[in-house]
Write a protein that binds this ligand. Structure first.
Ligand code: GLV
Length: 315
């Protein structure tokens, strides 16, 4: 039987199927180091890894038994796919199945930040709420405002659809290549133009070298003082220190974040800010979505094990 390592527990029905087909080990000790990843490549025929497992260039330099990484997640910026290919390791991901859940978390953050739901929740739980207040915790109106999407891929378009059809918002966007969308939306000439035009900026690009610190202090400086910034993609796309500076200085009104530069570390300065809603990378975290992701990751590994090309192969 082929040896398969699963680096985080997955949905039981998918795990049961994996156990019927492979000699399965589940890594239950939390984070994996580069050494753990290198050891895994030397020990297993296939791996079902996930976010945060550092399959870096160096990790592919040692002895390699593994031929297949069926990643659990659409983003694979934690895997050096070129180094993997050079070492004869196929990599696949899990697109589409998490588009709706991730777009929903963007809207959760957008509404919660605009309407100061985090602050309100903390107030009620503290026992200090003094009753309905005609001028208390005033938020920002959402309906009819302008949404700016940075990265108009599948998830960006799902966010645009929710905002346009659900909240009557105009949509402008920045995308590195020209994009025709089914949702009414205008592609602007530059990232800065979108940052300046939008009331709500939502980042939905992939991570990786091409987008690292795409949102820097200059980009943030284009935003309206009333602007709200949302990131559901990867923390590395944003210069986190520049964002904290902008929030502390009141240069923008608020931020809703699902992702951070060095997860699970969230800087104390960010955690201290009342005008931020901070989630622990929940984009795809519904039972249905996580099970579909696990199934897709396993299906790719099964395809490889049967000599077929994995359908969601990325390298
Ligand atoms: C989640 O962030 C994913 O990439 O699937």
């Amino acid at each position: 039987m082929l040896k398969l390592l699963i680096t985080r527990p997955i949905a039981d029905p998918v795990l049961d199927q994996a156990r019927r087909l492979f000699d399965v080990t589940v890594h239950t000790k939390g984070a994996m180091s580069e050494k753990d990843c290198a050891d895994a490549l030397a020990t297993y025929d296939a791996i079902l890894p996930t976010l945060g497992n550092p399959f870096t260039r160096d990790v592919f330099a040692g002895d390699i038994r593994c031929k297949m990484l069926g990643n659990f997640g659409v983003g694979y910026n934690h895997i050096d796919t070129q180094a993997a290919a050079a070492a004869g390791v196929i990599v696949s991901n899990t697109p589409d199945v998490l588009t709706d859940a991730t777009a929903d978390i963007a809207l959760t953050l957008l509404l919660a930040t605009a309407r100061r739901a985090g602050e309100g929740e903390r107030l009620v739980r503290s026992g200090a709420w003094g009753g309905f207040d005609g001028k208390g915790l005033m938020g920002t109106h959402v309906t009819g405002k302008t949404l700016g999407v940075i990265g108009m891929g599948r998830i960006g378009q799902a966010i645009a659809a929710r905002c346009h059809y659900g909240f009557g918002m105009d949509v402008v966007f920045h995308n590195r290549s020209p994009k025709v969308t089914t949702v009414p939306a205008t592609q602007l000439d530059s990232l800065h133009a979108v940052m300046a035009a939008a009331d709500f900026v939502v980042v939905a690009t992939p991570g990786g070298a091409d987008t690292t610190k795409l949102i820097d202090a200059d980009a943030l400086a284009q935003m309206k003082p009333s602007g709200i910034f949302i990131n559901i993609s990867r923390g590395e796309v944003v210069d986190e220190t520049a964002l904290i500076d902008a929030l502390e200085a009141g240069q923008i009104t608020g931020a809703g974040l699902d992702v951070y530069e060095n997860e699970p570390h969230v800087p104390a300065r960010l955690r201290a800010l009342e005008n931020c809603v901070l989630l622990p990378h929940l984009g795809s975290a519904t039972d249905e979505t996580r099970q579909a992701m696990a199934q897709m990751a396993l299906d790719n590994i099964i395809a490889w094990s049967e000599g077929r090309d994995p359908p969601q192969r990325v390298n």
